[in-house]
Every structure is written in structure tokens, then in C-alpha cells.
Design a protein around this ligand. Sequence first.
Ligand code: DIG
Ligand code: MN
Ligand code: MN
Length: 388
Amino acid sequence: MYTPRPEDRFTFGMWTYSNPGRDPFGDPVRPLPDVDFHIQAAHKLASLGAYGVNLHDNDLVPIDATPAQRDAIVQRYRAGLADAGMVVPMATTNLFSHPVFKDGAFTAADPRVRAFALQKAMLGIDLGVALGAETYVFWGGREGAEVDAGKDLVDSVKRYRDAFNFLIAYVKDLGYRVRFALEAKPNEPRGHIFLPTTGAMLGFIQTLDDPDMVGVNPEVAHETMAGLNFPHAVAQAIDAGKLFHIDLNDQESGRFDQDLRFGSVNLKMAFFLVKLLEDEGYSGPRHFDAHAYRTEDRNGVWDFCAGCMRSYLIFKDKVARFNADAEIQALIAALGADPEGLNALSAYSPANRNALRSRVFDIEAIGAEGRGLERLDQLTVEVILGVR
Ligand code: DIG
Ligand code: MN
Ligand code: MN
């Protein structure tokens, strides 16, 4: 019942299952990956029921590879992917690891860095398209500041926009079928990252030359780090028609970016997130941008991958039980009941204006009514705990 299948569209980034477990205070605890491992991993993930693998350019192709070396690596990996029956729905550029990006990429004050970032992003898009990606993510891990005197804050937004307008034009010029998804994060590795939340990204997208080409890739851990309610952020993205991709994981609030196994911390968040994605018919990949605890060996990594997918399916089953629970649905229906037909007055017209202006409301009586949310939340918790 909770066995993942390709049609569930679960995906993992190369950097997730091959995360070597290094941290600011510790060396790698697992071997670093090579192309052979990535091909083995594709087969392993397929055996676990996954749909695809995502990658940064340099997860597969070293930053100093020659074009011939790049082509050979891509050819080998494509063959391995095909063997494993796996696809690459999303790709992205690493614009944050190399020291050249230490003060930003698209928003770097140094025009040489901005120019190199555009070149690298174009080559990364070429690579992603060659592997079949239809979504291209931009996470601006280094786009930010510790010293606000170091770059003009308004120019930084303009430079960000110039970069995306350039790359949108590039994609159109080459006829690529790919859409961009912008991923927000409030901080880490920079002290402050520009466009720190999904909401900020949604506002920024509207300032681009072709906003339709660009959506968002919200991540659980990142909105949670900002102290925000992740399902609420995703709901706004869905309403805007901008949920092009999503990064699933888990996170304890007030911590560094933990990228924990999906469903391992905030059970209620996970329940309402899965409910939102399933009820709203989100058809994109369920991408786990997470990694195993540093305590784990590679077998533990596969436990991590299997756990992410299994937990998603368990929550999906709980959502179905919630949606089919007569008592719960009756409570929800009562909350929004409209016996006086007031919903009809919410669209402006002279008649509705007059009706609203002349209506007498008994706000004391309305204010005194109980909303029954304690009962509803208790029943919700009982569904999640498996006793309903
Ligand atoms: C980190 O949350 C970022 C990078 O791993 C990658 O660029 C992006 C794609 O999921 N998420
Ligand atoms: Mn993260
Ligand atoms: Mn992410």
C-alpha cells in the first residue's frame, strides 16, 4: 500500500543520495561519488520505486572538464539512466561551491563573476536539456550579503532580473522546452540571501520580461528556517499558477538548513502539505532535497530514500481518510456555511454594494459563536496518529 512506484513521480537530487556527510565541523563519512556510483544509484533508486534523478551541472561534470570529457560523461550517464529506466525531470547550476562565487553569482558586484555565472548557467541549461530536464531550478545560495555596503541593494535586484531575462531569452533562442523555477532561502551560506522567501520570489517574477516562463521551487526547510508556514507558502504559489517544482524535506525551526528526511519532524506540516499537493492535483515531481544523517553509511542512505517516499505515501493515505471522514467533513462544511447567501455579494456591483452597505450585522452574536476548531483539530490529529 505504501510501495513507491514511478507514477508517484518521486525524485532525488544527485547531491542528496551521494551527500558524503561532511559538515562545518566534520569530514566526509561516506565515499565521494563518481559517475559509476551515480549509475548504480539510478538502478538502486529505480528498485526502490523512484521516478527520476535531478542534478547540478557539477554533480556529474567536473567544473574543469573539457567539452570532450563532458560529452563522454553525459553519454555514459544517459546510457546508465536509460538502463535503469529513470529520467531527469529537473536540472540546475552550481553557482555556489567554487570560490569564484564567494560574493555572489548573478548579483556579484564584480562584473567578471556575473558574466561567468551567465556562461555557466547557459552550459548548465544545455546539459539539463540534453538529459531531458523540463524544469531548471535556480537557487541563489551565494546571492546575498554579510556587508550591505559591499553591493548596491537595488542594483542587486536589477542584476538578478537582468540575468534571468538573459537566460529566458537564451532558452527561447535555442528553442528549449524548459521552464525556470526559483528557489528561495533566507540565509546560509550567506548571512542574508536576496529574495529570501517564496513570497519574495513570486513578487520578483512579476518584474521579469516573461513572467510566464518562471515559477517557484519552494523548499520545506527554507520557509521553515524563515519561521513561515510551508503549506501556506505553497498555497500562494499554487494560486498564482507558479508551483513548477517542489523540494520536500523536513526541518526543526530555528536551526541551520537540516534537509532532513521527509516526514521526520513536522507530522502536521507534512500532512497538510501532502493534502494540498494531492487535493490541488499538483502533477510535478515530488523531489526530496534532503540527505541522510551523518551517522549513516550508504545502506542508511537507501533507508533514508525509502523513508522519504514511504512516508509521503502514508501521509497520502491519511489525507484520503481525512477527506472521507464524515464527521470531519461535516465540521468543515459547517465552518463555511452560507445560509444567508452572502458569498454572492463578494463580487462588486452597484446592487452588491448597496446590499452590503445597507445590511445590519449582529457582530456580537457572530463574535460569541464557537468555531469548533478544537474538535476538528483533535480529529485531524487522530487521523495522523492512525486511530481514525
Ligand atoms: C538547496 O536547497 C538547493 C540546491 O541543492 C539546488 O540548487 C536546489 C535544487 O533542489 N536546492
Ligand atoms: Mn535546504
Ligand atoms: Mn532545495
